[in-house]
Every structure is written in C-alpha cells, then in structure tokens.
Design a protein around this ligand. Structure first.
Ligand code: HEM
Length: 441
C-alpha cells in the first residue's frame, strides 16, 4: 500500500517511539495540529487524533459519522507479516469494542450486567490476598522486578479466578498477552493463536460445568450470545482487563518510586496512591493509542480529510497531555482525563480496574515502605508497540522483610489456587466474590 497521506508520517513503532512517545506526539502536534498521519507498523497507516477536543469529538459522536466496525479498512490492509499484528488487534470481531448501535448495546449489556455481580469489597479482598501472596515471594530478597513479579501476575490471577480458570494458567496467559500486544507480525499472530486456545479451553470447561464465575454468567445471560460471540466477548474482556490493568499498576508504581512528592508519601507524605493513579492515567495511560475508529463517509475533521476504510486512532496519551488553556474544571471529564476513554465505548470496568490497581499498590507500599528504583526512571525500558504504554521491567530494591518479623506479614495469607478446572478457581470460595446472577435462578 503506498503512502496516501503526507510524507512525514510519524512512526508509532521502533525503539525511539518506545523510549519517548510524548516527544513524538509533541513533534506531530507541531507539524500537523489535532490530527496527524502516522504509521503503526511498516506500511500500515493511520490518522492519529492527538488534540483533546478532537478526541472528544470522535469519542462522543460514535454512531453518527464515526463507527467502530473496521471491516472496510481490514479489506484494504496488505497481506504482509507486518500487518498480522495490527489486524489481530483492530480487525472486526463480533464484540462490544468493534461493533456499533444495537449490536454494541447488546454485547455491552452482557459485560456490564456480569461485572455488576462482582462485589467491590469481595474483589478488594481477593486483590489483597493475591497481592500479599506475590509480595511474600520476593519480600525477603530485597529486590524485585515489579512488572513480572507483581503487576502482570495480579490481573492474570484475579481474572483467571473471576473467569473460573486455575492459577497454573496465569504464566501462559501473560506470555500470550505480551506477544499479542507487541503487534509486530508473526509474534502478534502467535500471541493471538495462544490466546484463542486459552479461551477455547475456558469455554469448554464452563460448558461442561458452570460455576459462580464471569464465564458462566456470560454463557447464561439472557442476551443468549452465540458461541463465536461468547468467545469474542471473553477474548475482549480478558485482553482489555489484563494488559491495561498490569500497565496501570506498573506505570503508577514507577512514578511513585521516582518522584519525591510520592516517595515521601510512601511513609508519610503529601500525595498518595490515588493521586499517582490519576497522574499515570493522564500522562501515561495504559491504552495509549488503542482507540480505533472509522468514518461512514468522507469527513473533513479538524483540518484533515478522512475517508471510509481509513484507520483513525484516538491517542488518549497525546490528547490528555495537549497543552491547553481550558481550566481543568471546564473540561468535560472533570479532570479525570481520557485514560478510560469517553462516550459509548468508555471502559465499562473502570471501577473494578481502579479497585484492583489501588488495592495492589497500597498493599505493596504498605509492606515495602522504602522501595526505590535501581536505575533512573529515564533509563527504564518500555515494550515496543503502537497501542500501549507498557514497562518491560521495573527493577526495585528495598529493605528485605522476613516472615519472623513482628506485625502483619504478607505470607500470613495463603495464595489462592485450585486444581479443579470446572469449579471457580478462587480456592474454596465458590460464589464468594459475587452476588448470584438473577437470570440463573
Ligand atoms: C478490570 C479491568 C478492565 C476491563 C474488564 C476492561 C474492559 C473494557 C471493555 C470490554 C471495553 C470495550 C467497551 C466498549 O467498546 O463498549 C473497554 C474499553 C476501554 N478501556 Fe477498559 N477494561 C479494564 C481496564 C482498563 C484500564 C486499566 C484502562 C486504562 C488504564 C482501560 C482503558 C480503556 C479504554 C481507553 C477503553 C475505550 C476504547 C475505545 O474507545 O474504543 N481499561 N474496556
């Protein structure tokens, strides 16, 4: 596919972009204004919406000019290895994220109804137990990588349990998600295949025996999802839950341990975990550019002509950080920014996501109160990929703590686990984190 746009398209891939995406957005803003031409992989072009008002104009006008179904775009994407990853992430699927109108409303209702059954205080307790069991595995070492040893396993274990899978599946899930999110050709395809297998096994086990878990509620929801719709909804929710939550946790911790305003707060300071989460959601949102949108007909939008079958990506990361004169209180999001999106496709699970991230970080910083990075924050390495802002590693050191120390210790609580695939995997706690589904009685 030849370049259709302006010749100086920005690159949302490669080490330079991964090192400092905000520098790339600033340069694009200078050269193009609110909407900029970019490549998300070699030969795969998109319009990147980097203006705050322009982003809101897209997100809150879905259903009119703007649509989520990218079938027309997909048909024009070249069949190259580089395109495989982006197509896996952006191509049409019968799920809430990629559909419009009544189809979207039906899928979204299944997700919202079932998540409503997860009780916040039970979820919080579950996060405490998972966090404490993870902390207990590295607390005596005095050092850890908080991406692989904490931020990634937290949502993997929590959602394994909520969906009704055993803890032993967490490692495979983490690898599949990492491959899928890199979106770099063959590796993206491999991740997509591994993830599909994971979901296939999940559906099979729950069809064999229901439990008090999200998968069983999805299966029995009155919307009566067809088998492919069910699988795609599970793929979406698991992917949407795992990757951004892991990244929200690690991005936030990386700020807290490298900024004096938070550093002192670990023991006794001015700004706390909630402030750090808000700042991470604004300046480094986990789903940095994963807002795919399309137009029904040609549109002249903030100075750029956009044609049907062209990919538009809302950059939550760039829109959030656009220098603006609009006072915070006048912004339509009341200062919460676009970290969770906006409009009809806004994240339906921002509350549980915040409970998970907030609780996990509070557990970590209450057990290990002198965490510090082993390298300056500027030297941390970030995973490549156009869609996310994801640390590859988060190396920290701290004063080791040991089980025989007095006071509350993380290993007092046993990690959740289960070897029974057909029962809810949160050991011995069937139905404990949820109310029962009204449609199952
Ligand atoms: C409990 C964990 C989470 C779950 C289950 C979840 C689930 C979802 C789902 C199903 C959607 C699609 C909704 C629709 O299209 O109607 C969505 C959208 C979205 N989510 Fe989440 N999410 C979670 C955590 C997060 C986190 C931590 C972030 C960012 C920090 C995030 C950011 C977003 C954004 C920006 C969108 C909008 C995408 C768009 O505009 O197309 N989510 N989420």
């Amino acid at each position: 596919m030849t370049m259709r746009y302006m010749p100086d398209a920005g690159r949302l891939y490669g080490p330079e972009y991964a090192r400092d995406p905000q520098a790339v957005y600033a340069e694009l803003r200078k050269r193009h204004g609110a909407v900029a031409p970019v490549e998300i992989a070699p030969g795969i072009e998109a319009h990147l919406v980097i203006g705050y008002q322009a982003a809101l104009d897209v997100l809150t006008n879905v259903g009119g000019v703007w649509i989520k179904n990218g079938t027309a775009w997909q048909a024009r994407v070249p069949d190259t290895p580089e395109a495989a990853g982006p197509v896996a992430m952006l191509g049409y699927r019968p799920n809430a994220l990629m559909s419009d109108g009544a189809e979207h409303a039906r899928f979204r209702k299944v997700i919202s109804d079932c998540f409503d059954l997860v009780q916040p205080h039970k979820l919080r307790q579950m996060v405490i137990e998972v966090s404490d069991s993870l902390i207990s595995q590295f607390a005596a070492k005095g050092e850890a990588c908080l991406v692989s040893e904490f931020a990634q396993p937290i949502p993997a274990r929590i959602f394994n349990a909520l969906f009704g899978r055993p803890d032993s599946d967490s490692a495979g899930l983490i690898q599949a998600m990492a491959d899928l999110m890199e979106a770099d050709g063959e590796r993206g395809k491999r991740g997509s295949d591994a993830f599909s297998r994971y979901i296939g096994e999940l559906v099979q086990s729950k069809h064999a025996q229901r439990g008090d878990d999200l998968t069983s509620w999805f299966i029995d929801h009155p919307a009566a999802l067809q088998p492919n719709e069910l699988a795609e909804t599970l793929v979406l929710v698991m992917a949407a839950a795992y990757e951004p939550t892991a990244n929200l946790i690690s991005n936030t911790i990386s700020r807290m341990v490298s900024d004096d305003r938070y550093y002192s707060s670990l023991s006794n300071g001015a700004l706390g975990t909630y402030d750090a989460l808000m700042e991470a959601l604004r300046a480094e949102p986990a789903m940095s550019n994963y807002g795919p949108y399309f137009v029904r007909q040609p549109v002249h939008f903030h100075g750029t002509w956009i044609q049907p079958a062209e990919l538009v990506l809302v950059s939550y990361a760039a829109a959030n950080t656009e220098p603006t004169n609009v006072p915070e209180e006048l912004r339509s999001d009341g200062g919460a920014y676009l970290g969770f999106g906006a409009g009809p496709h806004r994240c339906p699970a921002s509350d549980p996501a915040m409970i998970i991230a907030m609780t996990a970080i509070e557990r970590l910083t209450s057990h290990l109160c002198d965490l510090e990075l082993t390298v300056p924050r500027e030297e941390l390495s970030w995973r490549p990929g156009p869609f996310h802002r994801a640390l590859a590693h988060l190396p920290v050191r701290f004063t080791p703590i040991r089980p025989d120390q007095p006071g509350e210790s993380p290993w007092a609580v046993q990690p959740p686990s289960s070897s029974t695939p057909s029962a809810p995997t949160y050991q011995g706690r069937s139905g404990d984190y949820a109310t029962s589904a009204p449609w199952s009685s």
